[in-house]
Design a protein around this ligand. Structure first.
Ligand code: 13P
Ligand code: SF4
Length: 329
């Protein structure tokens, strides 16, 4: 793939935007892919949905829509494209398929999983329901379709508290993120039965690290994802979904900020918030990072990595996602 004058002409406006977070030498490698992918998208009437954790060349270069898990699920139900390519992980692609079963949904790397999603199976949920009969099951959207099919209502980090409160019950089974379950319990009077799943990215942060950063950076705002351990959230100024964190920075324009989450978020957001200084001790999601421009191009060209599910699972699992979407953020 060559960086030609044609490529330069069609991609220069993107580089103007992201040059602060990307050295030119890297851009010369990415730009030919960006050009080709964007042309192919039009030819095939395809849309690329990207999670906020994707790298800047994907987030700013080829994504038609980038957002948190909740907005991605809702957007997937609204698009008129023939093909949805998910620049994200497997559960996100599955959720897009649930919301748009008649569309072709593609994932550039089928091994892009999630430690939360792989921590629980449909059988585990059936056993829990036997143990706690009549207790509603709320599952994080970071689960397989098989788990969603056993679930009453899904949630994301953006609406977990609202969803649990909306049920109006004293006890819920909340799966599979133990830390998010603890966060929800701290914000409601509902008794939460949780599962021992963790996000491998957020579990690596610790309270001492956050306190040291605050000490060394007077006035810094520290904003954390609710998948972090509870003591990390306690010493942070704000907790919210990835989009909630982005809005916090946009609205408050702190002089210095640390986003306690996946690495790419700060780079992506730096572009639109040039006056904010980002302190970046961050952790990388090994699954999100499996998605690259060459894999996106190959997936779109050859229509590989299609999400296939049986109709029964789709029909059962979709109900729990639709209920979540109806309740909203
Ligand atoms: P949200 O974008 O919903 O906050 O999710 C974070 C996450 O870990 C997705 O993998
Ligand atoms: Fe899963 Fe955590 Fe990676 Fe999100 S960041 S995909 S929750 S492992």
């Amino acid at each position: 793939m060559e960086f030609t004058q044609d490529v330069k002409r069609s991609t220069d406006h993107i580089y103007q935007k992201i040059s602060k977070v990307m050295p030119e030498i890297e851009w010369l490698v990415h730009a030919p892919y960006i050009d080709k992918i964007n042309k192919l998208k039009k030819q095939k009437n395809a849309i690329i949905l990207a999670h906020n954790y994707q790298t800047p060349e994907i987030y700013h270069g080829v994504a038609d829509f980038s957002a948190d898990s909740l907005a991605l699920a809702i957007e997937a139900s609204k698009t008129s494209a023939d093909i949805i390519l998910m620049a994200g992980v497997h559960f996100m692609a599955e959720t897009a398929k649930l919301m748009s079963p008649s569309k072709k949904v593609l994932l550039p790397d089928m091994n892009a999983g999630c430690s939360l999603s792989s921590s629980i199976t449909g059988k585990d949920v059936r056993l829990l329901k036997e143990k706690y009969p009549g207790v509603p099951v709320v599952s994080y959207v970071n689960t397989s379709a098989e788990v969603k099919a056993e679930t009453d209502v899904c949630c994301t980090s953006a609406n977990a508290v609202k969803i649990v409160k909306s049920l109006g019950v004293k006890k819920v089974i909340f799966l599979p993120d133990d830390y998010l379950a603890k966060y929800v319990a701290s914000q409601t009077d509902v008794e939460i039965i949780s599962w021992k799943g963790i996000c491998v990215v957020h579990d690596q942060f610790n309270k001492k690290e956050i306190e040291d950063i605050r000490l060394n950076n007077p006035g810094i705002k520290i904003i954390a994802h609710p998948e972090c351990p509870p003591d990390v959230i306690e010493v942070s100024d704000f907790a919210g979904s990835t989009s909630g964190m982005i809005s916090y920075v946009k609205d408050n324009q702190p002089k210095k900020v640390m986003m306690v989450t996946e690495c790419s978020m700060s780079d992506n957001i730096q572009v639109e918030n040039p006056n904010v200084e980002f302190i970046k001790p961050c952790n990388m999601c090994p699954h999100m990072k499996k998605i690259t421009l060459p894999k996106i191009l190959d997936c779109l060209e050859n229509e590989t990595g299609e999400i296939i599910m049986d109709k029964e699972t789709i029909d059962k699992a979709r109900i729990s996602v639709e209920k979540m979407a109806a309740i909203g953020r």
